[in-house]
Design a protein around this ligand. Structure first.
Ligand SMILES: O=c1[nH]c(=O)c2ncn([C@@H]3O[C@H](COP(=O)(O)OP(=O)(O)OP(=O)(O)O)[C@@H](O)[C@H]3O)c2[nH]1
Ligand SMILES: [Mg+2]
Length: 197
């Protein structure tokens, strides 16, 4: 079975990618499976720049093909915050604190103005090849209180009208069908087989 290394330390992303790659008979490994990982500085100005930084840092170190995802929540009433800072909005990878900060910032914003989208940029890099890049977006709105227990990050606050559920109320497969990450990966996979050869 082929394996792909995903340059992420996020267990929520790792679970979603494992499920997304399963039909292709590709096993997913992540930085959570490795012992010594060089530090990755996510100092890009865009999601795609950050995804390239993650993938290239690890590919330069291990000399194997690497996929990376940079993603986040873009809230219209907050001029696009938290955006590329989604993981470190209030506390570094503290989902509860990040969600509290988001709710506080939106306290005076009416339901109709609480529109937002999740964005995901996925890249795959391999030495000597042009990177393969795909993006996906999922549109919804931010609730005033969390709903649901599944998923990760801001999922309990992100309401997806077409399914009348938050991302945290969806099963993993339901979320993958409509999520920013699922959509970006579907696009990436259209070109992946040819790129992978
Ligand atoms: O509710 C959510 N459902 C999602 O589907 C989702 N996708 C991204 N996010 C948020 O955006 C940050 C990514 O930041 P990010 O791309 O730098 O990833 P990360 O730092 O968590 O892991 P790594 O891949 O960098 O190691 C994450 O931490 C989350 O806060 C999500 N929240
Ligand atoms: Mg990160």
């Amino acid at each position: 079975m082929d394996k792909i290394l995903i340059a992420t330390k996020n267990a929520g992303k790792a679970r979603e990618f494992a499920r997304l790659f399963a039909p292709k008979q590709i096993e997913v490994m992540t930085l959570l499976d490795l012992e010594d990982v060089p530090p990755i500085e996510e100092n890009g100005q865009t999601f795609t720049e950050n995804a390239l930084i993650k993938a290239q840092t690890i590919s330069n170190y291990l000399h194997i093909p690497v996929l990376a995802d940079d993603s986040g929540l873009v809230v219209d009433a907050l001029d696009g915050e938290p955006g590329i800072y989604s993981a470190r909005y209030a506390g570094d990878h503290d989902d509860a604190a990040n969600n509290r900060k988001l709710l506080n910032k939106l306290a005076d914003v009416a339901p109709a103005d609480r529109t937002a989208h999740f964005h995901c940029s996925i890249v795959v890099v391999q030495e000597g090849k042009e990177p393969l890049i795909a993006t996906g977006d999922a549109y919804g709105q931010i609730l005033t209180a969390p709903r649901g227990k599944d998923g990760f990050g801001y999922d309990p606050l992100f309401y997806y009208p077409a399914k009348d559920k938050t991302f945290a109320e969806m099963t993993a497969s339901e979320k993958n069908m409509v999520s920013h990450r699922g959509l970006a990966l579907q696009k990436l996979l259209q070109d992946f087989d040819q790129w992978w050869q």
